[in-house]
Design a protein around this ligand. Structure first.
Ligand code: FEO
Length: 165
């Protein structure tokens, strides 16, 4: 039986993952409007991946016999700045999520909830990967600066993303 405190934390995290999916969808739409098709594709895939994260937690709650309580998803911004601004925002977002994941992991340790610890271990590893991936894109956009050719090359490269992982 899943403890109330853990259940609440997991339901809150489901909401955050859906928000992340929404946020990246908004960023994808912005890039699409700018005809930066590669960045848009990358963000659409990222949005799908976040949906997958939400579902992973949701399925865990169901498998444990817990009640899923879906909450309203906040509206993400609809206007964004440069590609560098956007990927910096994405990185800050991932860093915040990492903090939440660590909090839930800590709570699962306190409550001796080994199943949730195992689930959160997957997310801890995932966050290392997410921060690394987005951080590298930020680095490369910083290097590109105002050089449009360099930005378009990165756009083409990110457009090759095929998987939502
Ligand atoms: Fe659900 Fe981007 O971590």
């Amino acid at each position: 039986m899943i403890k109330e405190r853990i259940l609440k934390a997991l339901n809150d995290q489901i909401n955050r993952e859906f928000y992340a999916s929404y946020l990246y969808l908004a960023m994808a739409a912005h890039f699409d409007l700018q005809s930066l098709d590669g960045f848009a594709r990358w963000m659409f895939k990222q949005s799908e991946e976040e949906y997958g994260h939400a579902m992973r937690i949701l399925n865990h709650v169901l498998e444990r016999g817990g009640r899923v309580e879906l909450q309203p998803i906040a509206a993400p911004p609809s206007e964004f700045g440069t590609p560098l601004d956007i990927f910096r925002q994405a990185l800050e977002h991932e860093q915040r999520v990492t903090g939440y994941i660590n909090d839930i992991y800590k709570m699962a340790v306190e409550e001796e909830d080994y199943a949730t610890q195992s689930l959160m271990e997957w997310f801890v590893n995932e966050q290392v990967e997410e921060e690394d991936t987005v951080g590298r894109i930020v680095d490369r956009l910083e290097l590109a600066g105002d050089n449009r050719a360099a930005i378009l090359m990165l756009d083409a490269e990110l457009g090759q993303r095929t998987e939502a992982e």
